[in-house]
Design a protein around this ligand. Structure first.
Ligand code: I6G
Length: 672
């Protein structure tokens, strides 16, 4: 059936929006870039040939345009102010007292939201259509970055709904989510490209591109926090005003709440502080705003900050300290990682005395030397990193300045070190004869998501390997209770308990066992996919690279690592020993789609009280559900605990069902 240009354009737009969402929000491209580009070109051609089909909301408006030679300057019709800071509960109480005195009141309702650590921008909508976007600049004038802001996927190009003021200036923050930032930097490190210091710098650098086609490829996100010039009416309270923006399609913070009085503000602060590490974005504090706009107007401004708002700051996520030395750690794959020894420093809410330096390229890039002052960053669950050396620093008389020299032999076993072509990582070539590698392999094998051997902790593994009681993972199953009981710091009871855990671990599942083998790049999800595809260990070990590549999640690199593992005679002999020691698992049958949750797709997000997310996912899968890491139109239900940020928002946007932990537990009890 022939389709009309209008239908074709509509279909292309729908497809491109879906693909862009998978690319940017879920980091799971569903088509190669070339397919995306071809569909976009087709849409652009049709829009050129049929100008009557033009739409400011079309994805073609987000691809960026030819580079500018410079940004034009934009004078803000209302200055973009900064905020005063409060560094303690007392500072906040003082702010509240001053506001109450001025208003002649005894209580104030505040609108509270996390302060995103990004780049402030102003976006003007005229008749609901994005007309201008500018940086904050010096507060009085900024740069015209309209072409760049148009490429940000969650910025509406046209507002939807009723009551939209004919002129509306929205102000907010542009950020890059932490996970997208880590991926950007991991890719940059792997291909020797520019690494960004932190998500804020990455967002700022992306917005400062004269070529908006580059900005269009960056995972930027916008969140509105206030308005500037408005010609038209808006609600009389700040929270209602933000919600109204949200109704029109402007992204607002899902954490925004009102609080009655300063004590409730302090509780909000503590609550978000607790979730800080699990949030998808860097935040540097909480902003409290007097909620009634009439009260805001009465309070007015002092110099360059409003008297009706304050930012209560969190401990810094970046601080400087001294680099005292560098240790070289050998991991289970032989990778040698330089780890910085630091003068202990309080950063991101904890005391840090070590930070990763990644690899020798990173040391070169940072141009850092022992004795230098360095900036350490700790944000979220990511291990602390050194992001820069402090320039023109005097030095410390107690710590001699010296170059960091990468070892020429394995620091643990003295074996030769090798650096494979195209790899940034240097590895020890000693294999299992290197005790550090063996310890890493045993640790992984015994870990919770692998064979789950409770009581076989790091210290004990070190002891067992050092005493040669373990020379391969199979030896774990031949340990004797008397051997264990005679170890230092190990009593009869602990030895007995460990023997029980080991006995229990003999009975496992094929996905766990495959994961436990520690094959490079084979994580839990891949192990599950392999088990489901091959059903038996033998079939997996016998599979050719070509067959392996036919499995979901497995590309040429992973296939090669699996083949290398399977072809290694020593690995085969350890596998034989494990089976001979009684390790077994129930037969895996082809996925039949059985179970009361068959056909449903779940996403678990946020922090659960009763169990970890992995365990919750496992429980869901046991009932036949599929679990996924990102929300899409295919998601049936999102199980959201506190701290569920962008995934909850996405589910809301898509109309996907969201349930909390207590509802879920009740449901599971019914079904199990
Ligand atoms: O820089 C800011 C971050 C967040 C803000 C702000 C904010 O509200 C959540 N609000 C105002 C009013 C200003 N700066 C000036």
């Amino acid at each position: 059936m022939a389709t009309s240009p209008a239908e074709e354009v509509a279909a292309l737009r729908e497809k491109l929006v879906r693909w862009a969402s998978a690319y940017f929000e879920q980091d799971e491209p569903v088509v190669p870039d070339s397919d995306y580009d071809a569909a976009m070109q087709q849409l652009q051609r049709l829009e050129r040939e049929h100008p009557e089909l033009a739409d400011p909301d079309s994805p073609s408006q987000r691809v960026g345009s030819a580079p500018l030679s410079a940004f034009e300057s934009v004078v803000h019709r209302l200055p973009m102010l900064s905020l005063d800071n409060a560094f303690s509960a007392e500072d906040l109480a003082d702010f509240n007292r001053r506001a109450m005195d001025r208003l002649g009141r005894t209580d104030i309702t505040y609108c509270c939201e996390p302060k995103l650590d990004g780049v402030a921008v102003s976006i003007v909508y005229e008749q609901g259509v994005l007309a201008l976007a500018a940086t904050r600049g010096d507060g009085t004038s900024g740069e015209n970055i309209t072409a760049n802001v148009q490429t940000i996927q969650n910025v509406p190009l046209r507002l939807q709904g009723v009551g939209i003021p004919p002129y509306l200036e929205v102000r907010g923050e542009v950020v890059i989510p932490r996970d997208a930032f880590e991926r950007m930097n991991a890719n940059a490190r792997a291909s020797n490209d520019k690494v960004f210091v932190n998500p804020r710098n990455a967002a700022a650098g992306s917005l400062r591109q004269l070529d908006s086609r580059i900005t269009a490829r960056r995972p930027l996100q916008f969140t509105a926090y206030s308005v500037g010039v408005v010609e038209g009416d808006l609600p009389a309270c700040h929270d209602e005003m933000l919600k109204e923006l949200g109704q029109w399609g402007v992204p607002i913070s899902p954490y925004m709440k009102t609080a009655d009085g300063v004590d409730a503000c302090e509780r909000y602060y503590e609550d978000i502080a607790e979730q800080r590490d699990a949030l998808p974005f860097d935040i540097d504090g909480i902003v409290f705003k007097v909620n009634a706009i009439a009260d805001q107007e009465k309070l007015g401004f002092v110099s360059r900050a409003p008297r009706w708002a304050i930012a209560r700051k969190f401990p810094a996520q970046e601080v400087s300290t001294r680099l005292l030395g560098v240790d070289f750690q050998v991991g289970r794959t032989g990778a040698i990682t330089p780890v910085a020894r630091l003068e202990p420093v309080f950063v991101g809410g904890v005391t840090v005395s070590n930070a990763t330096l990644h690899n020798s390229d990173e040391i070169e890039r940072l141009a850092v030397r022992i004795g230098d002052r360095v900036v350490v960053r700790r944000a979220g669950d990511v291990i602390p990193q050194i992001v820069s050396a402090v320039a023109d620093e005097q030095g410390d008389a107690n710590v001699a300045r010296q170059d960091i020299v990468f070892p020429q032999a394995c620091p643990e076993c003295g074996s030769m070190v090798v650096r494979e072509e195209g790899e940034a990582v240097v590895r020890c070539a000693g294999g299992m004869s290197c005790s550090a590698q063996l310890k890493g392999v045993v640790r992984h094998f015994a870990s919770r998501k692998a064979m789950d051997i409770e009581g076989l902790g790091d210290k004990l593994i070190d002891q067992l390997v050092d005493d040669a009681l373990i020379t391969s993972v199979a030896d774990i199953f031949n340990l004797k209770e008397t051997q264990l009981a005679s170890l230092e710091r190990m009593g009869d009871k602990s030895a007995g308990n460990l023997m029980v855990s080991i006995a229990r671990a003999r009975e496992t599942t094929l996905p766990r066992f495959i994961y436990a083998l520690g094959i490079r790049e084979v994580g839990e999800a891949t192990a599950r996919a392999l088990a489901q595809h091959f059903l038996t260990l033998e079939a997996l070990l016998d599979a050719s690279a070509e067959v392996l590549e036919g499995v979901d999640d497995v590309g040429p690199v992973v296939a090669r690592y699996i083949r290398l593992f399977s072809e290694d005679e020593r690995n085969r002999s350890v596998l034989d020993d494990l089976l001979a020691a009684g390790v077994h698992w129930p037969a895996v049958t082809e996925a039949t789609g059985d179970g009361p949750l068959a056909g449903t797709v779940w996403v678990v997000t946020g922090k659960l009280e009763s169990m970890g997310r992995d365990d919750a996912e496992q429980r869901l899968r046991t009932l036949g559900a599929k679990t996924a890491s990102s929300v899409s139109s295919k998601t049936s239900t999102v199980l959201a605990g506190p701290g569920a940020g962008s995934k909850r928002k996405k589910a809301e946007d898509l109309g996907v069902a969201i349930i909390d932990e207590s509802q879920w537990l009740a449901m599971m009890e019914e079904l199990e």
